[in-house]
Design a protein around this ligand. Structure first.
Ligand code: ISE
Length: 329
C-alpha cells in the first residue's frame, strides 16, 4: 500500500452510511473517496457536507477506492460484497451480511477463494464499552454456562418477525456467539402477538460448549435498552447500566433511558471505524468476519423455522473454513 492515505468509498447515504462517512472524515486516518447512492438528493447532501464526490452507481465506483463501507439496503449487500472481494477491497459491511443464507455462504466461499479475510461485518456490540467490559471480565471466569440478552426497542408500528430477526435480534445472536466463543447448535422461538402484530420474541439457544442462552426481544418497550448477563464457571458478569441522569419527581426516582437506538452506540461506531481502518493499514482483517455474518444468518434461518414448526430446530452450518480459525477479536 502506498504512503498516501487510503481512499474509502461509502455505499449508501442513509443513517448508517452517513454515520460511517462522518467517522471516516473525523478520524483523519483515511480519505473519503466518494459516497454512492442512487438517491441523488441524499447522496449529494452527504457528499457536499463532507467535501467529497457523490456517485449514483456504487458498483462502478468500487474500482476507484482502496476500501469500502457497505451501508446500503441489505438486499444489495451481497452484490457489493462479492464485487468488493473480486477487487480484493477490505470491506466493512453493515449487518446483516445478507438476509439470504445461501448468499452469505457464497460470500464465505468467495473470500476463501480469495485466500484471506476481506470482510468485516458491522456487529458493533464488540466495540461498545459496556459489552467490552463484559467480555474482558469473563475471560478469567472459565467456561460460559448461560447468557441472557435483553433487547428493548420502542416501535409503535409492529414489524414482521423476519425483520425483527435480521434488523435487531441478529445483534444478540452475535453477542451470544462472541461471548461464549461457541456456535449456536439449536434454537427454539416463541413469539407474542397482539392486535398490532408481533410484539415480543424469545429465543432459547443450545450452544456447542454445552451452555444455554436466552434472547428476549421486546419491540414495544418504554425505552431503548440493550443488556447482557453471563453466568460462567467462576462468576457472573452483567453489563453495567449506562450512565444517565436520575430524576426525582412526584415521589419517584426515575432513570432516563431514552428511546433511540443510535445515540447509545455513537462511540461504538466510531471505535469500530478506527479499528477497521487500522486493520487495513496493518494489512490484517480483525473483528466480526463474513463467517460470523453467515453463522448469525443460519441461526436466524433456524429460528424462523422453529417459529413455524413450534419445536427446536437445528442450526445447519457448512464446515468452517480455515481462514476463520481461530476467531480473531
Ligand atoms: C437497529 O437497526 C440496530 O442496529 C440497533 O442496534 C438495534 O438495537 C435495533 O433494534 C435495530 O433496529
Amino acid at each position: 500500500m502506498s504512503a498516501d492515505p487510503i481512499r474509502v468509498g461509502v455505499v449508501g447515504a442513509g443513517g448508517m452510511g452517513a454515520c460511517h462517512a462522518r467517522n471516516i472524515v473525523d478520524l483523519s486516518v483515511a480519505d473519503l473517496a466518494w459516497v454512492a447512492d442512487p438517491a441523488e438528493q441524499a447522496g449529494r447532501t452527504l457528499a457536499d457536507e463532507l467535501g467529497t464526490l457523490w456517485i449514483a452507481n456504487g458498483i462502478d465506483a468500487l474500482a476507484d477506492c482502496d476500501a469500502v463501507v457497505i451501508a446500503c439496503p441489505e438486499q444489495a449487500h451481497a452484490q457489493f460484497a462479492q464485487a468488493a472481494i473480486e477487487l480484493r477491497l477490505p470491506t466493512l459491511c453493515e449487518k446483516p451480511l445478507t438476509s439470504v443464507l445461501a448468499e452469505a455462504a457464497e460470500i464465505v466461499h468467495s473470500e476463501v477463494a480469495a485466500g484471506r479475510r476481506l470482510i468485516q461485518v458491522g456487529f458493533m456490540r464488540e466495540y461498545d464499552e459496556r459489552h467490552l467490559q463484559v467480555a474482558e471480565s469473563l475471560a478469567p471466569l472459565g467456561e460460559v454456562n448461560h447468557i441472557r440478552c435483553v433487547h428493548r426497542n420502542t416501535n409503535d408500528q409492529a414489524r414482521p418477525v423476519a425483520t425483527i430477526m435480521v434488523e435487531s435480534i441478529i445483534h444478540d445472536i452475535h453477542t451470544v456467539r462472541w461471548l461464549s466463543r461457541s456456535e449456536i447448535l439449536e434454537v427454539s422461538t416463541a413469539v407474542v402477538r397482539r392486535d398490532r402484530g408481533p410484539r415480543f420474541v424469545s429465543l432459547t439457544c443450545l450452544l456447542s460448549n454445552g451452555a444455554v442462552a436466552g434472547i428476549e426481544f421486546d419491540d414495544c418497550a418504554a425505552g431503548y435498552e440493550v443488556s447482557v448477563e453471563v453466568s460462567a464457571e467462576d462468576g457472573n458478569v452483567t453489563a453495567a447500566d449506562p450512565h444517565r441522569a436520575q430524576v426525582r419527581t412526584d415521589g419517584a426516582v426515575m432513570a432516563q433511558v431514552g428511546s433511540d437506538w443510535f445515540t447509545p452506540f455513537l462511540d461504538a461506531y466510531r471505535v469500530e471505524m478506527r479499528v477497521w481502518l487500522n486493520s487495513i493499514l496493518a494489512g490484517e482483517a480483525t473483528g466480526p468476519s463474513a463467517w460470523d455474518g453467515y453463522a448469525a444468518q443460519a441461526v436466524v434461518e433456524a429460528a424462523m423455522a422453529s417459529k413455524s414448526s413450534g419445536v427446536a430446530e437445528p442450526v445447519v452450518l457448512i464446515q468452517q473454513p480455515e481462514i476463520y480459525q481461530p476467531r480473531q477479536s
